[in-house]
Design a protein around this ligand. Structure first.
Ligand SMILES: *Cc1c(COP(=O)(O)O)cnc(C)c1O
Length: 418
């Protein structure tokens, strides 16, 4: 029996937990030699493909040179290269790069930066606004700014109170009115997942709405925190989702695809006034945050290689091609029984499956997953939402296999419900 306690896994259900021994491109290979197509980029992290040779080489070379270094008061070349590469690639307003090691921690850092800014500039603001159905991670602060539900109910006593702005319906007037009203009360910041709410069910809204939300925040002195942990690195069709709305957030969170999905690394980028609010000869105003592995050199080397891929390979063209293929795949499923609300933003395609009469919603996702597993496809529905978020290198053959697996799983789900 394994001693491993897995994340988001109910061990009591004794569902199979396959062992994966290697990966390449869009494929995983299990211990018994089975090839599995990674339809969700190993939980939204793998962008170019697994084990990209240039990223692997960068990790190997860096591991032999400098493995780890205290980052308070010391620096190293890979971290400097990541910071220089990010500031060159992203909007020039985002001048400062703070390192951490996961999506959750870069969100925690963003919240602390926002509160630090308001504390040091004496505005008296501390309340955080969030968008309904959001997900920002699983640490206490990140859970506090995320949707409440069964997954965090036991920890509710530890979560801080936030102002929740309703998710846009139709033209989004409901969201804009609520945001305008909430902003008048003088909150510190508004944190959003731009264009796509991931864990909330791949819920999508328009760039125009994002632009309007940003404008309301700006008009009221409310810092805009863009959590692009999932949407960044090309997922929504552009390098950043914010690009499509011509929005530059005050604070930007990046993780998952920052290393191409190969190593844990995250950054929180900030506009200059946020850095300046902490800048002083007074030690009490420094930014009090660190973790042991802040800017780990090996992870930074992977990020440097990822940045080089973005500069030197036709990544944007690959994303456009994949987006078109996913749209065709989605269109071909639209008429199947039970398929509703098909939607796509960039390389994220999703639809909802109407639960047949007598169907039992919480049993649906595991049943679908078992069916996908048999077909050699890794997909992990969110409730009754089936979505695809493959690595950008996935080819048409593998997409056809994924499509067949979805068609089969839908048919099976319908059979079992009768
Ligand atoms: C995955 C995710 C996080 C959390 O990232 P971890 O690396 O899993 O801690 C935060 N925000 C968004 C939008 C995410 O999708």
């Amino acid at each position: 029996m394994s001693a491993v306690w897995h994340p988001f896994t109910q061990h009591g259900l004794e569902e199979p937990i396959p062992t994966v021994v290697r990966a390449e491109g869009a494929a995983l290979y299990t211990a018994d030699g089975t090839r599995v197509i990674d339809g969700i980029s190993s939980w939204w992290v793998t962008t170019h493909g697994h084990n990209h040779p240039r990223i692997v080489a960068a990790i190997q070379a860096q591991a032999a040179k400098l493995d780890q270094l205290i980052f308070a008061g010391w620096t190293h070349e890979p971290a400097e290269a990541v910071a220089a590469g990010l500031t060159a690639l992203l909007p020039p307003e985002l001048t400062r790069v703070f390192f951490s090691d996961s999506g959750s921690t870069c969100v925690e850092v963003a919240l602390k930066m926002a509160l630090g800014f308001h504390a040091h500039t004496g505005t008296g603001r501390s309340r955080i606004l969030v968008l309904e159905h959001s997900y920002h991670g699983d640490t206490i602060g990140a859970m506090s700014v995320g949707a409440r539900g069964v997954f965090n109910a036991p920890y509710a006593p530890l979560l801080f109170d936030v102002g929740t702005i309703p998710f846009p319906l139709g033209d989004g007037a409901n969201t804009l009115e609520a945001l305008e009203q909430a902003c008048r009360a003088g909150p510190a910041a508004f944190i959003v997942e731009p264009l796509v709410l991931g864990a909330g069910g791949m819920l999508m809204y328009s760039p125009a709405l994002l632009a309007q939300m940003a404008a309301i925040c700006r008009a009221h002195g409310v810092l805009l925190i863009a959590d692009e942990v999932m949407t960044g690195w090309g997922r929504t069709g552009t390098l950043l989702a914010c690009e499509q709305a011509d929005v530059v957030p005050d604070i930007l969170c990046l993780a998952k695809g920052l290393t191409g999905g190969s190593m844990p690394l995250a950054v929180t980028m900030a506009q200059e006034p946020i850095f300046r609010a902490h800048w002083s000869t007074d030690r009490a105003r420094m930014f009090y945050h660190s973790s042991s592995y802040t800017a780990n050199p090996i992870a930074c080397a992977a990020a440097v290689a990822n940045l080089a891929l973005w500069r030197e390979e036709p990544v944007r063209e690959r994303i456009a091609v994949l987006g078109a293929r996913l749209q065709a795949l989605l269109d071909s499923l639209a008429d199947l029984p039970g398929v509703t609300n098909p939607r796509r933003t960039g390389t994220i395609a999703a639809f909802d499956l109407a639960v047949p009469d007598g169907g039992y919603l919480s049993a649906l996702a595991p049943r679908l997953m078992a069916s996908f597993r048999k077909a050699g496809v890794l997909l992990r529905p969110l409730g009754n939402t089936i979505y695809l978020m493959p690595p950008y290198c996935i080819d048409e053959n593998d997409l056809a296999t994924v499509r067949a697996a979805i068609v089969g799983a839908i048919a099976e789900a319908a059979d079992q419900a009768v």
